[in-house]
Design a protein around this ligand. Structure first.
Ligand SMILES: NC(=O)c1ccc[n+]([C@@H]2O[C@H](COP(=O)([O-])OP(=O)(O)OC[C@H]3O[C@@H](n4cnc5c(N)ncnc54)[C@H](OP(=O)(O)O)[C@@H]3O)[C@@H](O)[C@H]2O)c1
Length: 163
């Protein structure tokens, strides 16, 4: 199973505060939708709540929690990363998209081989951060976008990979 992380982080790696995102970047939201569409997406229980307890349409939603017996209509609830990977494998997927948040990126990064990383060009305080990438990761592509009337910050779509 290929494990791919999808994240948007500031230059100081902040990803969220008060269980919300730190910016509104419509092009990044579109990129996220296109990248994860029709794929299994695995998220922490808090990230699910941060989306107003709404499932992502057109994707197999897998929510990870330590709680026993948590049921979320339309979603698959698992108690471990391994169980999420197993579920995606059983459903014949070759790639699992890990979509946050901070705790779940920390959990999944040791077994990930790709990161779609939107680098948002600002320094901003958060209460949730993405882990620093070590030297095993290679930057394989970058697409830059300028700030404009709909995008307060400039940002890059980066792809990071490792074998
Ligand atoms: N910028 C981005 O790309 C991005 C993406 C996603 C989220 N975010 C932001 O990130 C923040 C949320 O992140 P977060 O770190 O607070 O929470 P999170 O990672 O979304 O979810 C944490 C929850 O996951 C469960 N969990 C954690 N480790 C587990 C394990 N080993 N086994 C089973 N379950 C486990 C626990 O759920 P229970 O408490 O139910 O046991 C835990 O409370 C929000 O601000 C959100 O907006 C940003």
């Amino acid at each position: 199973m290929n494990i791919t992380l999808v994240v948007a982080a500031s230059e100081n790696n902040a990803i969220g505060k008060d269980n919300k995102l730190l910016w509104h970047l419509p092009k990044d939201m579109r990129f996220f939708k296109n990248t994860t569409w029709a794929m299994p997406v695995l998220m922490g229980r808090k990230t699910f709540e941060s989306m107003g307890n709404k499932l992502l349409p057109g994707r197999m939603n897998i929510i990870i929690t330590n709680q026993d017996g948590l049921k979320i209509e339309g979603a698959h609830v698992v108690n471990s990363l391994a169980a999420g990977v197993e579920l995606a494998t059983k459903n014949n997927y070759k790639e699992l998209m890990v979509i946050g948040g901070g705790q779940i990126y920390e959990l999944a990064i040791p077994i990930a081989n790709k990161i779609w990383f939107t680098r948002v060009h600002t320094h901003i305080e958060g209460d949730t951060y993405f882990p620093a990438l070590d030297k095993t990761w290679n930057l394989t592509s970058v697409e830059s976008h300028q700030a404009d009337e709909k995008h307060l910050y400039s940002f890059d779509f980066e792809c990071w990979q490792r074998n």
